[in-house]
Design a binder for this molecule. Structure first.
Ligand SMILES: [Mg+2]
Length: 284
């Protein structure tokens, strides 16, 4: 049910955790927002730093929550990392500390996963690494393998609080080797720019929506995207004054952004709906 023939010249990169869902629960309004995007043919990608799951796993999870999406809508740091490595060194080898999403993505990009003398040590999240793997990785890095992080998130929210994130594991390898990792996930322009290109849109036509200042909003600001901070995840409006950069707009959740888009029938980007007014309702 597209309302005219030409596709809209604006689109969204949407973080998942804290924007679409919290733990196993969908955040009210996320389904309505995504439904409208699909209904109007507005391009979007879900952007996650979590490299644990494959695209298919992510779609299965979102479908269970009632979101109607396809694999093409999902862009993970695992995919961004595999694509980046394939450009840097086609047909290379990697020692992987990570899980299915990362292994699958590397294989798709013709990478061999090896235990000896790899071109790269690639680190993602997972629950299965042990100190033997860390020790092996340290030896490889000191032997000349390049250290690649899918992301540097220090921790990840769980139903029970927090678990250590990929960044915590990477820090252990950096400390042990004295070698700095190259990170591909948000806010790295490597992932942000690749995702924008997938939308087929220009910088100014792209809006990043997220709940984390250090990744979603920082990445969006650095690339010149429009930025929307949602307060449905890890950031409170009280947190904002301590950052040197700020999102263009702060909303409670995707439900509020959907209300904003309703005003103009989803035909123009939200920042035009605002009519040039700055919506900075919180004390920034
Ligand atoms: Mg998030």
């Amino acid at each position: 049910m597209h309302h005219n023939g030409t596709p809209p010249r604006f689109g969204f990169l949407i973080d998942m955790d804290g924007v679409l869902y919290r733990g196993p629960e969908i955040i009210p309004g996320a389904d309505r927002f995504v439904h409208h995007l699909r209904d109007r043919g507005i391009p979007f990608r879900f952007l996650t730093n979590n490299s644990q799951r494959t695209r298919r796993d992510v779609v299965a999870r979102l479908t269970r929550m009632g979101l109607d999406v396809e694999e093409e809508h999902v862009f993970t740091s695992a995919m961004a990392t595999a694509r980046f490595l394939a450009q840097q060194k086609p047909g290379g080898t990697a020692y992987v500390i990570g899980e299915g999403g990362l292994l699958t993505a590397l294989h798709q990009y013709e990478y061999a996963v090896v235990d000896h003398d790899p071109d790269y040590v690639v680190v993602g999240e997972g629950r299965t690494f042990n100190l033997e793997m860390v020790e092996a990785a340290v030896r490889m890095i000191l032997g000349g393998a390049k250290l690649i992080a899918t992301n540097l998130d220090p921790n990840c929210p769980t139903q029970n609080g927090l678990r250590p994130g990929c960044g915590a594991l990477v820090a252990m390898l950096e400390t042990a080797t004295g070698v700095k990792a190259f990170s591909v996930g948000k806010p790295s322009p490597v992932m942000m720019r690749a995702a924008r290109k997938e939308l087929g849109l220009s910088t100014d036509e792209t809006t990043m929506i997220g709940d984390t200042m250090e990744t979603d909003i920082l990445g969006g600001v650095q690339l010149g995207f429009h930025t929307v901070l949602v307060l449905s995840g890890g950031t409170r409006s009280d947190d904002l004054p301590r950052y040197a950069y700020r999102p263009e707009i702060v909303v409670e959740s995707l439900a509020e952004l959907a209300d904003l888009m309703d005003r103009n029938g989803w035909r123009t980007p939200w920042h035009q709906v605002m009519n040039g007014r700055t919506v900075q309702r919180s004390a920034v």
